[in-house]
Write a new protein. Structure first.
Ligand SMILES: [Cu+2]
Length: 117
């Protein structure tokens, strides 16, 4: 029966590790919100993105165009160059509810809005 006890112990160990990983993953998800956006044909897709208030935010910007872009926002106080065919992550502080405009600083007609609520 010693063998069964050892196997049971290691099984419990595996379950505890799995539970810890799931728990840590859940905590991490609560740290901040994440939203994804693409640029294609010098347009943001979608042109309006939404995020929860009072949570730090990561905006993942995928540049599907052949030219570099610079994701920029005065009100969000961020700017980040994203090379063609790559994805950049823009980190934003926790925000009050409101609308925050952003644009591609290299192609200023390319504009979008972040709605925080
Ligand atoms: Cu700029």
């Amino acid at each position: 029966m010693g063998n069964l006890y050892t196997r049971l112990k290691s099984l419990i160990g595996v379950v505890i590790v799995a539970a810890a990983v799931i728990f840590a993953g859940g905590l991490h998800a609560q740290d901040g919100a994440e939203v994804s956006i693409s640029i294609k044909g010098h347009r943001f897709q979608p042109a309006e993105i939404h995020a929860p208030a009072n949570k730090s935010l990561t905006i993942k910007v995928k540049n599907l165009d052949a030219a570099a872009i610079e994701f920029e926002s005065v009100s969000l106080r961020v700017e980040k160059v994203v090379a063609p065919g790559t994805e950049g992550a823009v980190h934003v502080r926790a925000l009050a509810p409101g609308k925050y405009e952003f644009f591609d600083d290299f192609h200023q007609e390319t504009r979008g809005i972040l709605v925080v609520q």
